[in-house]
Design a protein around this ligand. Structure first.
Ligand code: 5AD
Ligand code: SF4
Length: 478
């Protein structure tokens, strides 16, 4: 699912973030976000909508008038984390009895009424397409009622809303370019929680990138569940290019064209994107990436499984051979491109031999990085309705462990190969381990730590790598 917890630092999960100092007397909203980048990006839209209503963000839950939890449903564990957190709110209510509590995002969509009924503390349940309605919903709860809006939209992209950048470093930011997903991978809950696929007006995307650049930002990540199927033709649900009218074709913008427009904002603005679906990854996209130095040479290309029978059951829309062909195309067009992936171990009826096909593709690609999961059955997905979750838990664990061990080897090999090379690094901040060191990323998305000297966040620095761990490169400015 082109979605994952990627790039969002694990330590940020659930952390409430703010940039602003609260003027005395203003109302305050506290927002905790879980899950994927899209949720963190959505929280910035929520903050923007509420700011117009006189709310500032706060990181102190005890002084908040509104407490929001932006939730994730992707795996059962993600939901359990949020439910535990909601239970903690009993304690918080004791210190802050007047605060109203809202559940936002995917769990709101999936569990709706159930949340209001079971978790008596919850006052408000708001799905991912209903944030514009927050001012009304907040007024409703202020009068002591409960409020719900989980209507999914065919149009909503929040295109005109300028997000309040929360907890950022002032250097990198997310821009949401599309919402929803039409792929219906059988294991995935996202098509149900985030609705149908729709693309955002490219002019508003370029404008947002320009504004960020003007404010000093130096990197944008274009976000969507399935960015490479982006297609603007005037608005509305996703269509295939062949189904557009002549008029729609004339104004259509596909993902490669959008990437180019954003890359042209400035050669000093790096462009990343997440997540791509292998079936939509065209040579046109790869060639556009190769053409612009500032489009980062990094692709997250979820494999899920390397076995054709399992891929078919997952409804992924490609075979192992197709996937390897896309890898070959990436290597041919951008030899220096890093590739990461998502893998699910122990999907319904997967045999050990079929699992070895996944291992085989891993050995073929040697990913820089991977997000690896045990299959977790999700209510109402096609897999839950059609197939049995019949791989025993200990077998899932065994296969996942094999996958993780192999990936660790590959990550270390990749990092070792970077030693001795010099990379252009965009500085993001001070290293967590040492105030005398900065950290940033190279185009390939590897984290590089180096002595601070006079450099600062937002600078581009050429760094020669002289050492590594399996997670980080260490170097020296040259
Ligand atoms: N079980 C396990 N992993 C899942 N993912 C999505 N749904 C499930 C599920 N039901 C993984 C996929 C996806 C990533 C974000 O989460 O690998 O790409
Ligand atoms: Fe990604 Fe498939 Fe889920 Fe869509 S349905 S979000 S492509 S895993």
């Amino acid at each position: 699912m082109e979605y994952g917890n990627k790039v969002i630092d694990e330590s940020k999960q659930g952390q409430a973030v703010t940039l602003k100092k609260n003027p005395k007397g203003s109302k305050k909203v506290y927002i905790e976000s879980y899950g994927c980048q899209m949720n963190f990006s959505d929280s910035e839209i929520v903050a923007s909508i509420l700011q117009k209503e006189g709310y500032n963000t706060t990181t102190d839950i005890n002084e908040a008038d509104l407490i929001f939890v932006n939730t994730c449903s992707i795996r059962e564990k993600a939901e359990q984390t949020v439910r535990k957190r909601l239970n903690n709110f009993h304690q918080i209510k004791k210190n802050n009895p007047n605060a109203k509590i809202g559940v936002l995002g995917c769990m709101a969509e999936r569990m709706k009424q159930q949340l209001l009924e079971e978790e008596k503390l919850v006052d408000m349940v708001v799905g991912p397409d209903a944030y514009r309605d927050l001012p009304n919903l907040v007024k409703e709860v202020e009068t002591g009622q409960k409020a719900v809006n989980v209507i999914l939209s065919k149009e909503e992209t929040y295109a005109d809303i300028s997000p309040v950048r929360l907890g950022g470093n002032g250097v990198t930011a997310f821009i949401s370019i599309m919402r929803g997903c039409d792929n219906m991978c059988t294991f995935c809950v996202v098509p149900f929680t985030r609705g149908r696929e729709r693309s955002r007006n490219p002019e508003t995307i370029v404008q947002e990138a320009q504004e960020l650049f003007d404010k000093g930002y130096r990197e944008v990540t274009l976000l969507g569940q399935n960015v490479d199927s982006y297609l603007w033709y005037g608005g509305g649900l996703k269509k295939n290019y062949e189904n557009l009218t002549e008029e729609e074709k004339a104004q259509s913008v596909n993902f490669a064209q959008l990437l180019e427009k954003v890359a042209q904002v400035s050669p000093d603005l790096r462009v990343r994107f997440s997540t791509s679906h292998p079936k939509d990854m065209t040579d046109e996209v790869l060639e556009t990436m190769a053409k612009y130095e500032n489009i980062c040479k990094y692709i997250h290309l979820p494999l899920q499984s390397g076995n054709n029978r399992i891929l078919e059951m997952m409804n992924r829309g490609y075979t192992k051979e197709w996937y390897k062909n896309r890898i070959d195309a990436i290597r041919r067009i951008m030899p220096d491109c890093a590739i990461s992936t998502d893998i699910i171990a122990g999907f319904c009826s997967e045999t050990y031999e079929e699992h070895l096909d996944t291992i085989d593709v891993m050995n073929y690609v040697k990913y820089e990085y991977a997000y690896m999961f045990k299959y977790s059955e999700r209510p109402n997905t096609l897999a839950q309705r059609k197939f049995k979750d019949d791989v025993p838990e200990d077998e899932k664990t065994k296969r996942l462990t094999e996958i993780i061990n192999l990936q660790q080897q590959h990550s270390l090999e990749r990092n070792k190969a970077a030693v001795g090379k010099t990379f252009k690094v965009l500085v993001e901040g001070v290293s967590k381990r040492s105030a005398e060191h900065l950290f940033g990323r190279n185009s390939q998305n590897a984290v590089i730590v180096f002595p601070k000297k006079d450099f600062k966040p937002g600078d581009y620095v050429n760094v020669k790598v002289n050492d590594c761990t399996s997670a980080t490169l260490l170097g020296e400015a040259v």
